[in-house]
Design a protein around this ligand. Structure first.
Ligand SMILES: [Zn+2]
Length: 454
């Protein structure tokens, strides 16, 4: 058992219960036993059955649910810092030929660095959207799954795909796409091999054709059918830029959301990356169908794509999570920092009342759990839920004087992680990874970077 006391606790339960001085108790089964105000008096003595109790003094800290990352491309760690002043389409056109040299070694090293960085930034559950499968690149999906196991994160990689290349009117070059049949067959194999449907799953697979300008209509339709036949979730990029909207109007004679609807891609088993360029009708459709949005405010800013209408999405009941997006379109790759970026972006659009600190935290936790379909077991600190939680240290110089710990976390600079648990097991302690060595991850990522650019 683990008893954490003397800390502020933001539960993110349905009524946003917050204890300025409270406790969280984690059971041997990796689930939360109790949360509350004051000390954990019921667990003051030895544990029943003679098991050890680990006691953590959380003075100066805030306990929150672990952050959930709802959009990422881990392989992009190998190509950070390139095409720095481009739009999405310009950036992609520069990077596609480099990504054609990806292999399992590069993806594994990039995923190790990306997931290590995420863990140190308060993330306990991440998805990954991998859609580049060079013919002789080896098993890249297996490589990133191994990396997640090494770090200890809960992981939802998606089997992505592209089958619409330049010769057929798409954006990617011919050598980095698969055929439609290859993509569908490999996606089904990935689900059969890796997907764990159990409530406490550490590994789940989703189906994720890349975007309207890199995927055929047939692949979109049949990917949705496959996912529903298998009972897994669906993810894709949608409504990220004006260029994409122009592409959809030209090729499909409709908006991106109308296109998604026409191919069976609206529903409560779907979450869409970005959702920046949405009109009122599109937002109402997402709300009515329960379709989720992975909000990636830093990536949208880096590519100058625009600001998502998050306040309106929330007002329509759309599940909204946060994503760091790939490390090549957002070099910070810090999920904790995305809380503030989301709050800032909402306020730049809608003024100082457009988003509160507790709402930003909700996006980063329960909102993400809803996008990934894990809301019944993750996303809040409540008895019976999986003990994925973060103890943030907020008593250093950087946060000095901000008495409200939740305000310190969201408004202040990125906070160090004192302790992070996944299913009750520590993955970060005192700002260091428990199972991996950050210097080794960095060295391996450097080799991968040099190799893909050579
Ligand atoms: Zn993306």
């Amino acid at each position: 058992m683990i008893v954490i006391e003397n800390a502020a606790v933001a539960t993110v339960d349905a009524s946003d219960t917050y204890h300025p001085d409270g406790h969280v108790v984690v059971g041997d089964d990796g689930r939360i036993v109790a949360t509350g105000a004051g000390p954990a008096t019921e667990w003051a003595g030895p544990a029943a059955g003679g098991n050890d109790i680990r006691r953590v003094d959380g003075r100066g800290c805030l306990i929150t649910p672990g952050l959930v990352n709802t959009h990422h491309h881990l392989y992009q760690w190998a190509t950070r810092g390139l095409a720095l002043d481009d739009t999405l389409f310009g950036w992609l056109t520069t990077l596609y030929p480099i990504w054609g040299r990806l292999d399992a070694g590069i993806v594994g090293a990039s995923a190790g660095a990306g997931l290590g960085r995420l863990a140190l930034s308060g993330c306990t559950l991440s998805m990954d959207h991998h859609y580049v499968f060079p013919r002789d690149g080896g098993d890249v999906l297996e490589a990133e799954i191994e990396a997640a196991r090494r770090i200890g994160l809960r992981f939802h990689p998606t089997r992505g795909s592209m089958d619409l290349s330049r010769k057929d009117g798409g954006l990617p070059p011919d050598n980095i796409v698969e055929t439609t049949d290859e993509a569908l067959a490999a996606t089904e194999r990935a689900i059969d091999r890796w997907h764990d449907p159990s409530p406490g799953a550490m590994l789940q697979i989703a189906v994720a054709p890349c975007s309207p300008f890199s995927v055929t209509t047939r692949l979109m339709r049949e990917a949705a059918e496959l996912a529903r036949r298998k009972g897994v979730r669906l993810h894709t990029h949608l409504a990220e830029t004006d260029d994409e909207e122009d592409f959809c109007r030209k090729h499909f004679n409709c908006t991106p959301v109308e296109y998604a609807e026409s191919v069976g891609w609206l529903g409560d088993d779907v979450w869409l990356a970005h959702g920046v360029h949405l009109d009122d009708e599109a937002i109402a459709k997402l709300g009515a169908t329960g379709t989720g949005v992975a909000h990636c405010p830093s990536s949208n800013a880096r590519l100058g794509a625009g600001m998502a209408r998050v306040r309106e999405l929330l007002n329509h009941g759309v599940p909204v999570g946060l994503g760091v997006d790939g490390a090549a379109s957002q070099e910070v790759s810090h999920l904790g920092a995305e809380l503030r970026q989301a709050l800032y972006t909402a306020r730049l659009r809608g003024g100082p009342t457009a988003m509160a600190a507790r709402e930003a935290l909700r996006l980063g936790t329960m909102g993400g759990a809803r996008c990934l379909g894990r809301q019944d077991h993750l996303g809040s600190l409540e008895p019976g839920k999986l003990a994925d939680l973060v103890v943030w240290r907020l008593d250093g110089l950087a946060h000095e004087g901000i008495d409200d710990k939740l305000a310190a976390l969201v408004f202040g600079p990125p906070a160090p992680v004192e302790l992070s648990l996944v299913g009750g097991a520590p993955i970060v302690e005192r700002g260091e990874l428990v199972h991996a060595d950050a210097e080794t991850l960095q060295r391996d990522a450097e080799v991968a970077h040099r190799r893909i650019l050579s």
